[in-house]
Design a protein around this ligand. Structure first.
Ligand SMILES: CC(C)(COP(=O)(O)OP(=O)(O)OC[C@H]1O[C@@H](n2cnc3c(N)ncnc32)[C@H](O)[C@@H]1OP(=O)(O)O)[C@@H](O)C(=O)NCCC(=O)NCCS
Length: 181
């Protein structure tokens, strides 16, 4: 189940982030694995704007989470992390669909994110979920600033890409075809 996060979830969210990041060590990206999670203060600020979702297990304990910020009129996905013990069960895709439905309710037209171009569970994964690269020259000012901040943080040691997926409306909102007559 996906639900909005509450303040008592925040330390679990930090644990998920550390556990999910460890997989980067397997491909020699130790600096990414070692990057500390969002602080409790930062997560509390995201909660204030109601932009944190968790996927929970049968005990209502978060096993995955996603954070969103509004950037230039789009729902920008700051982070999606799934605990490795619950990976590859479509929780990442479910969180993205939840965010898309939320964005549709607010009249936002796109989801955006930045990610590693060559990591199999990053850009290629998002591409399979319908995201497409945004060319550098087409970055909006907010996205450009995010990419600059990532460069200062050392993330550009590996190729980065900015991606977007249109928000097509609430899930299941596809109009049925009209019957003639
Ligand atoms: C990326 C992530 C959020 C995907 O979550 P998930 O719930 O496991 O993803 P889904 O079940 O929706 O999709 C699974 C697909 O992701 C890809 N994938 C996930 N883990 C992978 C891995 N270790 N190696 C290669 N591909 C992987 C595969 O395409 C997989 O499909 P498959 O199971 O049919 O092979 C999760 O792997 C994660 O938290 N990774 C570490 C943190 C991270 O990189 N976050 C994204 C930062 S932009």
């Amino acid at each position: 189940m996906i639900r909005s996060a509450v303040s008592t979830d925040l330390t679990t969210i930090q644990d998920i982030e550390i556990a999910a990041g460890a997989v980067f060590r397997d491909i020699g990206m130790d600096a990414v694995a070692d990057d500390p999670p969002f602080t409790l203060e930062e997560l509390t600020e995201y909660l204030r704007t109601e932009c944190v979702w968790v996927a929970v297990d049968a005990h209502d304990t978060p096993v995955a989470y996603a954070l969103v910020a509004l950037v230039d009129g789009a729902a920008h996905i700051e982070q999606v992390s799934v605990h490795p013990g619950h990976a590859r069960r479509r929780l990442g895709a479910l969180l993205l669909d939840e965010i898309s439905a939320w964005a549709a309710e607010r009249g936002l037209s796109a989801l955006t994110l930045t990610t590693f171009a060559d990591v199999p569970w990053n850009a290629p994964y998002y591409e399979r979920l319908g995201f497409r690269p945004i060319q550098e020259r087409d970055l909006t000012p907010g996205l450009f600033r995010i990419r600059e901040a990532e460069a200062r943080h050392g993330l550009t040691a590996w190729p980065r890409v900015t991606m977007t997926r249109p928000v097509t409306g609430p899930l299941g909102a596809v109009e049925p075809a009209r019957q003639p007559g």
